[in-house]
Design a protein around this ligand. Structure first.
Ligand code: NG1
Ligand code: ZN
Length: 536
């Protein structure tokens, strides 16, 4: 009772604005100024979640990723470093929408009672935030919530860091075997640096790489990490201004590059990518996404997106598995969404690597990837990673190589499992993965790009009066509602060579997205325009 009073007293400082909140694919996300009450309540839920899982550490990340600077958001991270279990999203939404403190306390007690949670049992929460100006104020709201629980809750503040670092720390903190790594930001850098050193061996240092940090927290991570790998690689960091108002994600970052299909102006400056075969990469605002690019023949912009990274990684790992002579024990698979370019899917299938298509949102891809021994999952926008199953790791640890080559391949696979973030998509870890593969293959960007040619594609954002009437099936590739609309889309697609188009409501913005691809750019644009008209 005392505890409930303490929570209520603290909650009174954070009244709910007249807004309806939903815990969506990226947690809660809206204007930062609307979020204090939501963050407070997320703190309460994090404690409940931890208590429900016998005091396991839960993560809270305050970020709005690639969204404009005034936005912010919050999401919970489960003990294994994964996204919050889906059944709890409704609890999050319920707490966020309680109108009064009294409603909030009742809803909170109801959730606790329903799951037989003792609200005075111990809990543990670790949190972090990105460089947004609204971050510190929101963190105050979180701290007000957590401290209402007194000594029952163990709190760790990681400060300003990337989303993938927070996921890493959560996973490492909960790892009883203590083999995943030290549960600190330094532990994360040390782990990546050690794996990179193993994989580069006595190869020449990697070519300097331009990295557009989206004026976000990735700039901080890159600078700190750079010190751990000074003699192996150098970063030429661009867009590292985390202080100027309005700079974050503005005209830069992975989302800008992927949606506009062009270089950020700062990277297009003369001299930046001028040397033949120089490559660049863009992080998004919280450094969990990455896309690559280069100028073909020094002129033409070529995007190497999440699909290209997935193909590069899957084929490389498949090669190593064969070299280790473990192909009967370790099956590599790829997980994509409907936004994956049709050419990439075809290319992977032709190489007899299985492909799964899931709904948008990394939690869906992540779960599908767990079904493979080694599951490579990427969204086309550059969010993804590679998961090594416990069984695959055991096979690698127990392998008895019968030649130096088999031994080397086995060790490289193990080092890759250390280099690649096993919790979530991670721009820095993915960057290192790409650089390692290119070094091993002795490839530049052009050779990597040569595998397949993307089909021309368009992604259109359509504002509609009510996006909730759009319902999908078949991994979001078909509409079941509004009735009859899918038939019209199918007819439009059938008229176009290599045509493909689908419509789905966004999980993060109030809009419907239309995707189209076809054999030529004019045909693609036309298909996108026709389907957009059908949706309006
Ligand atoms: P929505 O808004 O549901 O399309 C967007 C991205 C997703 C994912 C989430 C979370 C596209 C087309 N959609 O989702 O891939 O990254 O944001 O950030 O890129
Ligand atoms: Zn992000």
């Amino acid at each position: 009772q005392e505890l409930l009073q303490a929570i209520a007293k603290a909650a009174d400082q954070y009244p709910k604005p007249a807004v309806t909140f939903t815990y969506g694919t990226a947690g809660f996300r809206t204007l930062g100024e609307r979020l204090p009450s939501v963050i407070f309540r997320v703190g309460m839920l994090a404690v409940l979640r931890s208590q429900r899982l016998n005091g396991a550490t839960i993560g809270v990340m305050v970020t709005a990723s690639h969204n404009p600077e005034p936005d912010n958001g919050v999401k919970l991270v489960d003990p294994a470093g994964e996204m919050l279990e889906q059944s709890w999203e409704t609890h999050a939404t319920a707490l966020a929408n309680c109108e009064t403190t009294q409603d909030l306390i009742s809803a909170y007690e109801a959730i606790a009672a329903q799951m037989r949670i003792d609200i005075s049992s111990p809990a543990s929460v670790v949190y972090a935030y990105d460089t947004r100006p609204s971050g510190p104020g929101l963190i105050k709201a979180l701290e007000a919530s957590l401290s209402a629980f007194g000594d029952r809750v163990k709190i760790v503040n990681l400060g300003i860091t990337t989303t993938p670092v927070l996921h890493y720390v959560v996973k490492a903190t909960n790892d009883r075997s203590a083999t995943y790594g030290k549960p600190t930001i330094e532990g994360y850098y040390e782990k990546l640096a050690a794996a990179l050193k193993t994989l580069i061996g006595n190869r020449a240092p990697l070519a300097p790489l331009y990295v557009d940090c989206a004026n976000g927290v990735g700039a901080v991570a890159l600078e700190e990490f750079g010190k751990y790998v000074e003699n192996i690689m150098t970063f030429k960091a661009l867009n590292t201004d985390t202080k100027s108002k309005g700079a974050l994600n503005y005209q830069c970052g992975a989302d800008f590059v992927k949606t506009k299909q062009q270089l950020p102006p700062s990277v297009a400056e003369p001299g930046v990518l001028a040397q033949p075969d120089t490559r660049g990469a863009s992080f998004d605002g919280d450094a969990d996404r990455i896309v690559y690019y280069y100028l073909r023949d020094g002129k033409t912009f070529r995007l190497l997106d999440g699909d290209k990274i997935a193909v590069l990684a899957a084929l490389f790992i498949e090669d190593l598995v064969k070299r280790a002579r473990l192909q009967d024990a370790i099956k590599v698979g790829v997980v994509q969404t409907a936004y994956a370019n049709g050419s990439s899917t075809k290319f992977i299938k032709e190489r007899n690597i299985p492909v799964t298509c899931t709904a948008t949102g990394v939690k869906h891809l992540h779960h599908a990837a767990l079904k493979y021994d080694v599951g490579v999952y990427f969204e086309a926008n550059g969010h993804g990673t590679v998961l090594f199953s416990a069984a695959a790791l055991e096979t690698l640890h127990k392998a008895k190589p019968s030649s130096p080559e088999e031994d080397k391949a086995t060790k490289n696979l193990l080092a890759l499992s250390e280099l690649i973030n096993q919790a979530v998509g991670d721009a820095l870890s993915d960057l290192l993965l790409v650089e390692v593969i290119l070094a091993h293959r002795a490839w530049g960007a052009a050779e990597w790009d040569a595998g397949y040619e993307d089909l021309p594609n368009r992604l259109v954002k359509v504002e509609v009066p009510d996006r909730t009437i759009f319902l999908t099936t078949d991994a979001e590739r078909k509409l079941t509602s509004p009735l009859g609309l899918q038939k019209l889309i199918d007819e439009a697609v059938a008229k176009v060579e290599q045509g493909r188009s689908f419509v789905r409501p966004s999980g993060t913005e109030d809009c419907v997205r239309v995707y189209a691809e076809a054999s030529t750019t004019p045909a693609t644009d036309q298909l996108a325009a026709i389907v957009t008209d059908l949706v309006k």
